[in-house]
Ligand binder design. Structure first.
Ligand code: DOR
Length: 437
């Protein structure tokens, strides 16, 4: 591996500008920008027709390691990330065992160092009685609270228990905000349904709004750093427009919640469209897209949550919730930029800069001297079809199967090393643990 790499004539994208220049990478860091002589580097890339973006950070994935590795593992999940231009990820704790202790977190980080081709960090999962672990664990991206139950058995729904966690400690809390009581009541009502479109009614907008309201109230009360994961409703958008500024609160959305909608997607792909919180009708998707553009929503994540074909073949009520996404989120957003629905600068803001800023990640998300050389070269002219069977995620399906999109990563660089090039992943590259300030 060369320890210096020169990218010539790339159009470097930040949230505020696109500047064509050369980028010199030395020993894993960006060392210089400008007009740089070719002889300065061991390897030179001509990027005249390409855009250079800071590598994306996906702040919510489920790579299923340990214990659920027939669905995904840290190696395959991180390969899917690399192919999608995602150079860093934050992974969720609902594995087997769940990651709720310092000891299991240490083991997970050791495993990640062996398996990950991109950079990583992890959430520690909250239970009703692991406060010392939540506050004692070092260098994690945050605490994850499932306020409503989903895949796995992590759940803290009691308001008193939640108040105790919010009131004791200072680390970022990320919430899956759905109210468990409302969901359980709706489940009884839809017990006999065989229609996957009913998933959105089993987990209705009121469940999301009630839990989001509680989390926001607790954040404001304790001035505790809160990140609301995967927002899904217009109701929550309206509520957050009023309340978000009263506390240290940030909000995320997944592309599937504004790109896909019921009932169409459930008619088309059934169980494969099932996730929590659910894909809803278009009125919500439209509000989410507007909220992303006006800043009520800060950033994009995927909630990449693979389940196998066999698992998804189960009937409504038994099929698991979750869909892959880490490999397709950047291409889907590049396609939107190509179609004039947003700017490339916005994509960089939502997928590269904001997640880094919100989670206080050290030294990433900018193409600037001194920053880590986590980068993605993008061909905005390249057209491809997203296809089941041609993906890096272990389950090898996508809810976007058959979608033709324009604008694709052609080379992904992690710590100065090329991990993805023209459709191939170099499985020997290793990412490192992301440092959180
Ligand atoms: O749909 C989902 N799947 N939502 C979650 O909150 C968890 C995830 C999973 O782990 O399968």
């Amino acid at each position: 591996m060369p320890s210096s790499l020169l990218i010539k004539n790339a159009r470097c994208v930040s949230s505020s500008a696109i500047v064509q220049q050369d980028v010199l990478i030395e020993n894993g860091k960006i060392s210089e920008l400008g007009d740089i002589a070719e002889k300065r580097a061991e390897e030179v890339i001509d990027a005249s027709n390409l855009y250079l973006l800071p590598g994306a950070l996906d702040p919510q994935v489920h790579f299923r390691d340990p214990g659920l590795t027939w669905k995904e593992d840290l190696h395959t999940g991180s390969m899917a990330a690399a192919a999608g231009g995602v150079t860093s990820f934050f992974d969720m704790p609902n594995t087997k065992p769940s990651i709720t202790t310092i000891a299991t977190m240490t083991q997970k980080k050791e495993m990640a160092a062996e398996k990950c081709v991109v950079n990583y960090n992890f959430f520690i999962g909250a239970t009703e009685d692991n406060l010392d672990e939540l506050n004692g664990v070092e260098n994690v991206c945050g605490i994850k609270i499932f306020m409503g139950s989903s895949t796995g058995d992590l759940l803290v729904s009691d308001p008193k228990a939640l108040d105790h966690i919010f009131g004791n400690g200072s680390r970022l809390i990320a919430v899956h905000a759905e109210d468990d009581e409302i969901i359980n009541a709706a489940k009884v009502q839809y017990k006999r349904s065989i229609d996957f479109n009913d998933h959105q009614f089993v987990r209705p907008p009121e469940a999301a709004l009630k839990a989001t309201t509680l989390a926001v109230d607790l954040s404001i009360k304790h001035q505790r750093r809160l990140h609301i994961l995967h927002l899904t409703t217009r109701d929550e958008v309206r509520f957050l427009e009023q309340q978000k500024g009263k506390g240290p609160i940030s909000v995320e959305v997944c592309p599937q919640h504004f790109l896909l909608s019921g009932p169409f997607i459930y008619e088309k792909i059934g169980a494969y469209a099932q996730m929590n919180p659910p894909i809803r009708d278009m009125v919500h998707g439209k509000a989410l897209w507007e909220a992303l553009q006006n800043g009520t929503i800060d950033c994009i994540a995927t909630d990449h949550a693979p389940h196998t074909h066999e698992e998804k073949a189960k009937p409504f009520g038994s099929a698991p919730s979750g869909m892959p996404g880490v490999e397709t989120s950047l291409p889907l957003m590049l396609d939107r930029a190509n179609r004039g629905l947003c700017k490339l600068e916005d994509v960089v803001k939502w997928m590269c800069e904001k997640p880094v800023e919100l989670y206080k990640v050290r030294n990433k998300g900018q193409i600037k001297p001194g920053f880590d050389a986590d980068l993605v070269l993008v061909d905005m002219g390249q057209k491809k079809t997203i296809e089941n069977g041609k993906l890096f995620t272990k389950v090898n399906w996508s809810p976007y199967d058959g979608w033709n999109t324009q604008g694709w990563p052609v080379r992904t660089i992690v710590g100065g090393e090329t991990v993805f090039l023209d459709g191939e992943v170099d499985e020997s590259v290793r990412g490192v643990e992301i440092q959180i300030d």
